[in-house]
Write a protein that binds this ligand. Structure first.
Ligand SMILES: *Cc1c(COP(=O)(O)O)cnc(C)c1O
Length: 441
């Protein structure tokens, strides 16, 4: 780890020394980029006849060109076979979700039996808490982020109330230190230690949606489990963005959505990881449905739930095939590339974007903005959050008018995500030129 960090720092330094703020330089990086051809697999929104600078893949990833044909295939099979499509379709619907086990397990560092594609993300957070948050009078506290994504906050609050408890007495919120923007690992570990034997669950976004901070998941998982707690990670901003090793890190559960870095379309299917040791425990409480029941006897429709000894046992319903058809196109692209190659490009792409933004910052010495995402590439994925001082919304509106699609968060943060599967170095350069013009204006 020490050596890895050192090498990474050295590597990043060498990028920085070599980077130049010019269009030719950016285009040259694109020419050397082994993944550059994947940009052509996606459809970009247009601005004045040109691709937008699309930097919101952390909110909704772009549409893969193959999506339409894949969707049409299922519609055709439905027309042709009706209910028989469950077995006769090109990709039989009965076992449709099984196609995701292998590729998803590679994306999140799991065994194929530990992952399943199902439901929406927030639904899955609730299902996981049904299994992994079972408070007692001695052990009932939950450590979470102070400004968690609202849906996660509501899920946590209402789960706590569901058990007849008071959220103010249960939820222990992690906060940055005074004047800081990100949460220090040492502070998380200290909180875990302090809550001690009262700690039932730690549930945090593995990559914070607001700042882009990547948490030290392995360390935090280990520390919380030492206190006897379960640990779950919301990987909405992690899956397909940063490499994780959920199985080896001994994580209890994780959930993610597929429409951000996994490009599977608006509201598309979520994914869940449950560690093998829990999958194989039939006594672990879960809210069940027929698609979680033993496959051999599912259609006997007998009394008594008999869970499949895999993450599939948390499934409630038969697969939503139309959403999954697009998910499959996107996941196949990700599989073809692999997380290692994606991350390799991502590190360099985000560093180049940071470099370009800093050039703009240096030009305007009374700096109009600052990047609050960690500058250490190990502590971030494909996102930079820019805190804008002064006329933030005006600056953002200027960017929008010039063909940048970015994300505005009240009161004053612009989030941008250079996504390695389809964004280019030239996108980064173009963004900085428009930002420069925006600051001038
Ligand atoms: C995007 C996101 C969600 C969205 O939840 P859905 O149930 O998919 O609508 C929830 N939590 C986090 C942390 C997110 O980033």
């Amino acid at each position: 780890m020490e050596l890895g960090c050192h090498l990474l720092k050295k590597r990043q330094k060498s990028y920085l020394m070599d980077f130049k703020w010019s269009k030719e330089f950016a285009q040259n990086l694109d020419n050397q980029d082994e993944l550059s051809a994947y940009r052509n697999e996606f459809l970009f929104p247009q601005h004045n006849g040109e691709n937008c600078v699309y930097f919101t893949g952390n909110s909704l990833g772009l549409q893969p060109k193959g999506a339409q044909a894949a969707l049409q295939q299922e519609l055709d099979d439905w027309a042709k076979y009706g209910v028989e499509g469950h077995f006769e379709a090109k990709n039989p619907w009965f076992a449709y979700h099984e196609m995701f086990a292998e590729p998803l397990s590679e994306i999140v560092g799991a065994l194929p039996t530990e992952v399943v594609a199902m439901n929406g993300l927030t639904t899955n957070l609730h299902l996981m808490m049904v299994s992994f948050y079972q408070p007692t009078t001695e052990r009932f506290k939950i450590i979470c982020e102070g400004k968690a994504f609202p849906s996660d906050q509501y899920a946590l609050e209402t789960q706590v109330r569901h058990h007849g408890l008071n959220p103010d007495e249960v939820l222990v919120e992690l906060e940055p230190r005074e004047g800081g923007h990100t949460i220090r690992t040492e502070d998380v570990l200290k909180t875990i230690e302090e809550v001690g034997s009262e700690l039932a669950l730690v549930m945090i976004g593995g990559v914070n949606y607001y700042t882009g901070q990547v948490f030290e998941m392995q360390k935090i998982t280990e520390a919380a489990q030492k206190q006897g707690a379960f640990v779950g990670w919301d990987l909405a901003h992690g899956a397909g963005n940063i490499p994780v090793q959920l199985h080896d890190w001994n994580v209890d559960f994780a959930c993610w959505c597929s429409y951000k870095y996994l490009n599977s379309g608006p509201g598309s299917i979520s994914g869940v990881f449950v560690h093998q040791r829990h999958c194989e425990n039939p006594d672990l409480n879960r809210f069940a449905g027929w698609w979680g029941h033993d496959k051999e006897t599912r259609f006997l429709m007998e009394k008594g739930f008999n869970p499949i000894p895999t993450a599939e046992s948390w499934q409630l319903s038969n697969a939503p095939v139309l959403a999954m058809a697009v998910h499959k196109v996107a996941i196949d692209l990700h599989s073809k590339i692999g997380m290692a190659a994606l991350r390799k490009k991502s590190l360099k792409l985000t560093s180049y974007l940071e470099f370009c933004i800093n050039q703009v910052s240096v030009k305007h010495s009374d700096s109009a903005f600052e990047i609050i995402t960690p500058s250490n590439p190990n502590e971030r994925g494909a996102q930079l959050s820019i805190l804008v001082h002064g006329h933030g919304k005006q600056l953002f509106d200027f960017l929008t008018k010039e063909g940048v699609i970015a994300d505005w968060r009240e009161p004053n943060v612009i989030r941008i995500a250079p996504v390695p599967i389809y964004n280019s170095y030239e996108d980064c350069y173009r963004f900085s030129v428009i930002l420069d013009a925006a600051v001038n204006a």
